[in-house]
Design a binder for this molecule. Structure first.
Ligand SMILES: Nc1ncnc2c1ncn2[C@@H]1O[C@H](COP(=O)(O)OP(=O)(O)O)[C@@H](O)[C@H]1O
Ligand SMILES: [Mg+2]
Length: 343
């Protein structure tokens, strides 16, 4: 299959900052790729280059085989874009917003209307279609935004953090809608800080950190790459964390990961449950008696941890501390399946 999105060695500076440092990624036609990375990693910048809003400084960037720098207008005619913040207009109704998009793209009035009604219906907005968008909830705005970007039946759709800031229920609803809407041949590039979102929607995931690709593969491949089950020990007293980590040195191939807020140590489980029993005994021998353990399959967050040395949540916090542009609201990345048995 042909690549709908091709990025090779993309370099982009903004001001003095080298935001994209030789990024490479691609998406086969008709698939969903997730660009996963913490706040400040360069996801929005990548989407802006791909959607012709920014010119690449170096590298090869093609959408449907067309060079974005050389023929931006041709690229624009093939793509849809939904930004990180809802772009719909509050003083128009839902339907009026879609009609406006239809006019901007010069779709015939009747055609636009039919398509708008269809999308409003499929996104559960029919009843609210005549209401002013300023009365919509965050989830409704995102759905309208999605409808707006799908109105022109783009061959490639970019969704920049489509569910950031939504509550879990709305996020899950939107995931199924995105899933249904894109399964008709559209190539979707979605950026996200949510590991679950990439896991749920993407055929392939590109993990980026500080402007470069750090891993690429299907969610299953990425999880396999980091190997076996994970075991987490939750201690009664966070002050015991370092001592507990010392007691477990020699297990898991590397230093256990310390989560000080949760008083948890996580490490790779080499061997079976008898190893957990051995580790528990070693903790007890070190004077740490009150521990609870959970064993689970690796999640994408473990992938992240292996690759970047931080969990997605920590990386996001760090990026914010490094002085990422102040934003009105910030989605907290979630850490999925911490205690669950895995999927
Ligand atoms: N106009 C700009 N000038 C300078 N730096 C910028 C500009 N826009 C973004 N950046 C920086 O580029 C980095 C990546 O930004 P962005 O692509 O928005 O990341 P993400 O979408 O992954 O959170 C951030 O560190 C951000 O502060
Ligand atoms: Mg962004």
């Amino acid at each position: 299959m042909a690549a709908s999105i091709l990025v090779q060695g993309l370099v982009k500076r903004l001001g003095k900052k080298l935001v994209l440092d030789g990024l490479s990624m691609s998406a086969e036609a008709g698939t969903v790729v997730a660009l996963l990375g913490p706040n400040g990693a360069g996801k929005t910048t990548t989407v802006r280059v791909l959607s012709t809003l920014l010119r690449p400084d170096a590298g090869r960037v093609e959408v449907c085989g067309i060079d974005v720098g050389a023929e931006p207008r041709r690229v624009r005619s093939m793509i849809g874009l939904t930004g990180q913040f809802a772009a719909v207009d509050g003083i128009l109704t839902g339907r009026e917003n879609l009609e406006l998009v239809g006019r901007l793209y010069r779709i015939g009035r009747a055609d636009a209307r039919r398509r708008a009604d269809d999308l409003l219906e499929r996104l559960g907005l029919s009843e609210a279609a005549g209401q002013l968008v300023k009365t919509y909830s965050g989830g409704m705005r995102r759905r309208l935004d999605l409808a707006a970007s799908l109105l022109i039946r783009p061959r490639v759709l970019f969704l920049d953090e489509p569910t950031t800031g939504l509550d879990l229920r709305s996020r899950i609803d939107l995931w199924s809608e995105i899933d249904l809407l894109v399964r008709d041949g559209t190539t979707l590039l979605l950026t996200t800080q949510y590991l679950e979102e990439a896991d749920r929607l993407a055929d392939s995931v590109t993990v980026i950190d500080r402007g470069t690709m750090v891993a690429q593969g299907t969610p299953a491949e990425l999880k396999e790459q980091v190997g076996g089950d994970r075991v987490t020990f939750t201690l009664a007293d966070p002050a015991d964390l370092d001592r507990a980590a010392d007691a477990l040195a020699g297990h898991g191939g590397k230093e256990p990961f310390r989560d000080r807020t949760r008083a948890e140590l996580t490490l790779r489980l080499e061997g079976g449950l008898d190893t957990v029993a051995t580790m528990t005994r070693e903790l007890n021998e070190a004077g740490i008696d009150d521990v609870v353990h959970t064993v689970r399959r690796p999640t994408l967050d473990d992938v992240f941890l292996e690759l970047t040395g931080a969990t997605a949540a920590e990386a996001a916090d760090e990026a914010n501390e490094r002085g990422t542009r102040a934003r009105g609201r910030r989605g907290k990345p979630s850490v999925p399946d911490r205690n669950g048995a895995g999927r």
